[in-house]
Design a binder for this molecule. Structure first.
Ligand SMILES: NC(=O)c1ccc[n+]([C@@H]2O[C@H](COP(=O)([O-])OP(=O)(O)OC[C@H]3O[C@@H](n4cnc5c(N)ncnc54)[C@H](O)[C@@H]3O)[C@@H](O)[C@H]2O)c1
Length: 317
């Protein structure tokens, strides 16, 4: 199968590209390298450095004729989306719309979209169980609004143009290649800090929870989404809720380090709770997370230890 992966030089998109090529698929990557990196790129993939908003996408679709589009390119910074919702929408809504138009014009049969379980549902009430796909979407950031809007467009393109789709609503994805110097990605940020003998700062009381899901498990969901007969939206998480303090102590234990919890001010507007019920992904896609929190953290720490010098060099370059 020929698949066009947008954002394939980024953290999750590169794992998806690796999984697709390992399964024998042909992958074409489109990425403008704003946060993506050439060294993430699978050498078997054909690469176009291009912005998903550009009209040049027309030529790429015409030349490559992909059967499936897997859309991971995005403006991923929630706080940036609050500061500049117009820019966020230009990439995350208009960019996606540009791809959907090209997909329909060039006979793409399936569109797989990296949506968000955390950002689209909004804050989950205290004591409520894991969020299922049935609960209303109540995003509390422009980023979340854009992801929810993307899913509405997918519905429209399915009923209006017959374009089949799967929207994967990720929990908090972590693992090798995540940017440890960004605003998001607490696992990568804390891991890199601890390797450099620094002190991670926990925002607020550290009791904010997330559903942490390992990147390889997420890549597997994208593989299953290629062939599945199911269409629609699916939560991709573990159903396990962990807070930031627990994450901090777990990393210390894995790295055999000692440190104290140091708390900084809470980030205004930060979501308090997020945990996903993934029953639908299991029945519809045959997917279930396999890597436990502890095992995923262990593998992530190993990766960052091995790549510490390179990651630092890039940071200073
Ligand atoms: N990381 C998570 O926990 C998480 C959770 C939910 C959803 N997602 C979604 O998964 C996708 C991948 O996220 P990630 O964490 O790998 O981030 P990332 O920043 O590593 O990947 C995004 C990629 O998109 C590229 N890109 C950005 N704007 C572009 C544009 N206009 N044109 C072309 N390429 C562009 C970047 O260069 C980068 O390679 C995003 O859609 C994100 O919203 C991520």
């Amino acid at each position: 199968m020929k698949i066009l992966v947008t954002g394939g030089a980024g953290f999750i998109g590169s794992h998806v590209t690796d999984r697709y090529t390992a399964a024998g698929h042909q992958v074409v990557v489109v990425d403008n390298l704003t946060t993506g990196k050439m060294e993430n790129l699978n050498p078997k993939a054909r690469f176009y450095q291009s912005d998903i908003r550009d009209q040049g996408m027309e030529e790429i679709f015409a030349r490559e004729q992909p059967e499936v589009v897997n859309h991971h390119a995005a403006q991923i910074d929630v706080r940036k989306s609050v500061q500049d919702p117009v820019f966020d929408a230009s990439v995350n809504i208009l960019g996606m719309l540009n791809l959907l138009e090209k997909a329909v014009r060039h006979g793409v049969s399936r569109f797989i979209f990296a949506s968000s379980g955390g950002a689209t549902y909004g804050d989950q009430p205290e004591n409520a169980g894991p969020a299922s796909e049935e609960i209303p979407l109540q995003p509390i950031s422009p980023y979340g609004v854009a992801k929810a809007t993307g899913e509405l467009y997918l519905h429209y393109y399915k009923v209006g143009h017959g374009l089949d789709y799967v929207a994967l609503r990720y929990g908090n994805v972590y693992g090798p290649r995540q940017d440890p110097f960004g605003e998001a990605g607490v696992v990568a940020i804390f891991t890199e800090k601890l390797i450099a003998d620094g002190q991670p700062i926990i925002n607020g009381d550290g009791l904010q929870t997330r559903d942490y899901v390992y990147a390889e498990d997420v890549a597997e969901a994208n593989l299953l989404a290629l062939h599945s007969k199911a269409s629609g939206s699916f939560n991709i998480g573990t159903g396990v809720e962990k807070n930031v303090n627990e994450l901090f102590w777990c990393l210390l234990q894995i790295m055999e380090k000692s440190a104290q919890e140091v708390h900084g001010p809470a980030k205004p507007g930060e979501q308090r709770r997020s945990v996903l019920d993934c029953t639908r992904a299991q029945t519809g896609l045959g997917w279930k997370a396999k890597v436990s929190f502890e095992e995923g953290l262990r593998r992530t720490v190993e990766y960052f230890k091995k790549n510490h010098r390179r990651v630092r060099r890039e940071r200073c370059a």
